[in-house]
Write a protein that binds this ligand. Structure first.
Ligand SMILES: Cc1cc2nc3c(=O)[nH]c(=O)nc-3n(C[C@H](O)[C@H](O)[C@H](O)COP(=O)(O)OP(=O)(O)OC[C@H]3O[C@@H](n4cnc5c(N)ncnc54)[C@H](O)[C@@H]3O)c2cc1C
Length: 404
């Protein structure tokens, strides 16, 4: 008789774990995996109120790259980019890394000027990235219309060959499999309602299935991290916005790069299944809904067919949305063990948290296990906002109102 083998366990919840991780997204699962793999810490539970991959982990558009704006971020994302082949091997799970490269388009000399800084920073950090003129962009992506017909004619672009795409569900399932195999408990359909603190030290989490004592707690709950941190009096300068995405009907392979345009607020790539995967900027009103809008579909259709007229007539098949946890400087917050002893948090990844998940999880695991903050994480502390040392990941710091 053929028996299906489960990829991860369905354990009975224990009354105590050494470490509890709140959030079964990629950051939580990666931290659990590396706690077990690198530090032998297997008395760990990953708790999710729905199911693993329910959040941004299972809703993103799967783009990976390392051409961020600042050196601190480039170093971190670049280490993350190098992990894919290694993870595919050690998880024994095909993550379907497609190293197709990313092309970010610009539509003015000023835009190209802004990319000059990204390219210079990337090259300084040893990351491949180059500026292209409009003709160069067309050589990379022949479907682009570089004529003056466009409302915003294509002026040039930033080409980043090491980037590409990964299958997002595969990464969720692979990390869950890897962590469970080492003994980590994955507790789904379990919601954390409160976090216990005694004499300034974390002691437990209260779930809808009972209290779990914990020596250490990591909050990695994506858009919900602000609410969880607030339970212990930590206020994060994060605003949660909805971000939408769509896929089209499948087509024969025609697009071999990730293409994006900030001016048109649109990006796309072709999945290995042949669908055009497309997303754009966030809806600019803070909320926790995962609604989709007709306005978005119209916008995407207009923007994509203007840049690539060959897409006219293509049908969208599915649309969905998720939450983007945005910080004022568009860089994440990885901190802990200060306001509350042994309580850590990893949040504020906005729309960059897929590509960074394994490397962030690896360093957070190191910090949790050793008690020493790895140097590479120092720039990402919460104190930078109080000390007005924002990271320059956006040229215009975002402020949606007071912290809440
Ligand atoms: C449409 C879209 C496109 C994106 N595209 C990209 C992209 O191309 N590249 C990229 O790098 N990033 C992208 N992102 C961003 C990326 O998906 C997120 O930054 C990333 O998934 C965040 O991971 P996480 O583990 O922090 O959170 P999540 O994956 O959101 O996981 C958090 C988990 O916490 C659980 N949870 C919440 N509250 C509780 C509670 N009280 N108790 C227990 N569990 C709880 C949730 O159920 C959820 O499963 C995109 C996001 C979206 C929505």
């Amino acid at each position: 008789m053929f028996a299906m083998k489960r990829l991860w366990n369905r354990p009975t919840q224990k009354s105590a774990y050494d470490t509890v991780i709140i959030g079964g997204g990629l950051h939580g699962l990666a931290a659990a995996y590396y706690l077990a793999r690198d530090h032998g810490l297997t008395d760990v539970a990953v708790i999710d109120r729905r199911y693993i991959g329910f959040g941004g982990a299972g809703r993103n558009t799967a783009i990976v790259r390392a051409n961020q704006r600042t050196q601190e971020n480039v170093h971190l994302y670049n280490e993350g980019l190098k992990l894919w082949p290694e993870l595919t091997r050690e998880l024994d799970f095909n993550l379907m890394f497609y190293n197709c490269g990313n092309l970010n388009l610009v539509h003015s000399e000023a835009g190209l000027g802004a990319f000059r800084m990204n390219v210079a920073t990337a090259q300084f950090c040893g990351v491949k990235s180059e500026l292209l003129d409009a003709k160069g962009c067309k050589e990379v992506v022949p479907q682009l219309d570089i004529s003056d017909r466009l409302k915003f004619p294509i002026y040039g672009g930033m080409y980043h060959p090491p980037g590409g795409t990964i299958r997002h569900d595969a990464l969720v399932w692979g990390l869950a499999k890897g962590a469970a195999k080492k003994g980590v408990h994955i507790l789904q359909q379990t919601e954390v309602m409160d976090i216990g603190v005694d004499k300034g030290r974390v002691t437990s989490v209260r779930t809808d299935k009972g209290v779990i004592n914990a020596r250490r707690v990591l909050i990695a709950a994506g858009g919900y991290s602000t609410l969880l941190c607030r339970m212990v009096g930590i206020l994060l300068p994060i605003h949660v916005l909805t971000i939408q995405a769509m896929v089209s009907q499948p087509m024969k392979p025609f697009l071999h790069h990730v293409v994006s345009s900030g001016t048109y607020h649109a990006y796309c790539h072709q999945s290995l299944k042949g669908e055009l995967v497309t997303g754009s900027h966030m809806d600019p009103w803070p909320n926790y809904t995962t609604r989709v809008t007709a306005r978005y579909i119209k916008h995407q259709a207009e923007a994509l067919t203007e840049m690539m007229p060959c897409l006219k007539g293509l049908k969208f098949m599915r649309i969905w949305s998720g939450l983007a946890d945005m910080t004022p400087d568009m860089a994440p917050i990885m901190d802990g063990n200060t306001q509350v002893e042994n309580l850590f948090y990893d949040a504020g990844w906005g729309y960059f948290g897929f590509k960074s998940a394994p490397i962030a999880g690896r360093y957070m695991a190191k910090w949790i296990a050793t008690g020493q903050r790895p140097d590479i994480l120092s720039p990402f502390g919460l104190e930078r906002y109080r000390e007005a040392r924002l990271q320059g990941e956006t040229s215009t710091p975002i402020n949606y109102g007071p912290w809440d």
